[in-house]
Design a binder for this molecule. Structure first.
Ligand SMILES: [Zn+2]
Length: 205
């Protein structure tokens, strides 16, 4: 059976489009974007850097950015594309901080900042009050109960007696703590008495 020339043409056109035209266009677009980014870096304001760092997420709770968490305390820019980012770990020795530092550095290098300094500041200590309202909503939508305000319930004695934590599934306060540690040391494991769903609670401190 002879190959219909029309189909052959369209097949060949598709072949050309998929294996040549699209990748070439993609490469051109990419190099234009890269050039734009490289030439534009010196004009990135500190405000833009704050929104850029929204792209760096918490490895333990990927729906939260480090800006949502409130661990970025300061961003300073200097001559020759220098940037200094000050971060405060959620708790001393938090293993996620190394990953976060590397990811901040990689993102800024990718955007053309060749001189990146990440400064860790332990004092004042991070508190869950620094988490943004948007961050708390994202946590609840992700199925983790967001931390209660520190001044309301957070002290060691109260935590030992269990906090009134709302179930992220049904909103019920009829919940109980199953374990002081959830999927990570920052979280406690709770269960809802109404809908029976177990859930992580982001411990306030
Ligand atoms: Zn529930």
């Amino acid at each position: 059976m002879a190959l219909d020339p029309c189909h052959f043409d369209s097949f060949f056109f598709c072949y050309l489009t998929f294996f040549f035209v699209i990748p070439t266009a993609g490469r051109n677009l990419l190099s234009e974007q890269t050039n734009f980014i490289l030439t534009a870096t010196s004009h990135i304001s500190t405000t833009e850097l704050w929104s850029l760092l929204e792209q760096v997420t918490d490895p333990e709770v990927p729906v939260l950015s480090i800006i949502d968490l409130g661990i970025v305390r300061d961003i300073q820019t200097g001559p020759d594309d220098a940037v200094e980012v000050t971060i405060t770990p959620t708790y001393s020795g938090c293993p996620a901080m190394d990953v976060i530092s590397i990811n901040i550095r990689l993102l800024l290098l990718e955007k053309g900042f060749k001189n990146v300094t990440i400064k860790q500041v332990l004092s004042p200590a991070w508190t869950t009050d620094w988490m943004s309202e948007a961050g708390k909503q994202k946590l609840a939508a992700y199925g983790i109960a967001p931390p209660n305000p520190v001044q309301q319930v957070c002290n060691v004695q109260l935590f030992a007696e269990e906090e009134a934590v709302a179930c992220p599934q049904c909103g019920s306060f009829h919940t109980r703590r199953i374990s002081e540690f959830g999927s990570t040391a920052c979280k406690a494991l709770y269960q809802c008495n109404d809908c029976q769903e177990p859930f992580d609670y982001f411990k306030c401190h």
